[in-house]
Write a protein that binds this ligand. Sequence first.
Ligand code: UDP
Length: 454
Amino acid sequence: MNPRNNHRLILFPHPFQGHMNSMIQLGRILHAQGFSITIIHTNFNAPDPSSHPHFAFRSIPDGIDQSKASTLGIGNLLALLDVQCAVPFEECLREMVSSQGGDAAPIACLISDSLFSFTCSVAQSLKVHALVMRTGGAAYLYVATILPVLKEKGYIPVLGSRSEEAVKEFPPLLVKDIPAGLDPQKPEAIFRILDNLIAVIKDSSGVIINTFEELEHSDLESLREVLSVPFFPIGPSHKFCVTSPSSSSQAEDRNCISWLDKQLPKSVIYVSFGSLAATSEAEMLEIALGLADSEQPFLWVVRSGSVCDPEWLEKSPSHFLKALEGRGKIVKWAPQKEVLAHPAVGAFWTHSGWNSTLESISEGVPMLCMPRFADQGVNARYVSDVWRIGVHLNGGLERENIARAIKRMLAEREGEEIRERALVLKEKASVSVRQGGPSYQALDALVSHILSFK
Ligand code: UDP
């Protein structure tokens, strides 16, 4: 018998879509390594157990009303989940620890999302080893560790007049890329979240992070030095399980794949702003007009809840939609990884969420970046200025700027050069997860680390 079959890992994902996807991926990877997997999850945005027959599931109450969650705002929802999940999580883990010894494999460790602040202390009180899963990139995490310095130097709170200034302590970051800079109204809320994040990581026995050495080597090294815990960069984690079914909790509209099949190679701009970012009705109209003016075919994800009025798409005058449909395709949720891997897709207009960024890098797709909040400013800056595999949408969300930027990406020499660099990085990502590659080795090291827990 594989010795790992006698080890159970308890995974506790954060319910936001990008976080849930990453943790489920991690579960698949570790299951393939011979571990038994139990997922403790919130009722809010619960995963579908039937899609993951090899895992055991335990749900905990979180007190979140699903229908009202989108009205709370992301910061409030995060804080509420953190407060309301602590006791139910502790009860669930305590019950699992005390019922060990039956048929189920003994618990080797807990792996929880780094956004929950209480998990490591609960695990320690129950004598369970705890690792954390960081679903974002290393650069943003490093920025989180130097926020006190940035405050001291006067970059925060971010003032509009200084937003284009360079952060000398962290080139090539601009002041507006600092996490608080994207939500200047509520800098304290984000500092609290980031302070908790750093504290939980310091409390843990190690960090599993969805990035790869070649992409973020120097930031990973800085993190190892500053936080003094082992880091296991195993990204792009979705590339370890190429044949795995979707972990999305939303219904994917697969018609867009047959639509893509009919488009010319590298001609389509894929547009998606992730699972959380909201867009106003006025912005949606500007996006629509910019897409039409670009004269390039587009595939646009307008998920329910992405506009202030979730019924916006249905209510839009049908002639407006028809005009757009002539040029492109609108869906409520796309099989994004498959879309990015499709030969017809030439560029990705993204909010620069970390999963989207890494999925785009994995397929060599150049990005047009429109960061909105949290880590997205840092991610976008790395895309445009460090890896140089995309550009920012400069000049505001206006139809002329949009059309111009899309043409620049899809129809001009500059776009070709960006694509060439993106393809080089794609190859590095691919090598990383192959046998002997850096992420493959990090996974080996992670498995040994877990097996060393007594
Ligand atoms: N996604 C998807 N279909 C869509 C839009 C998004 O499958 O139509 C997935 C995408 O592949 C990614 C996740 O949703 O894995 C979004 O995560 P990201 O970190 O990019 O952004 P967030 O949603 O956390 O802002």
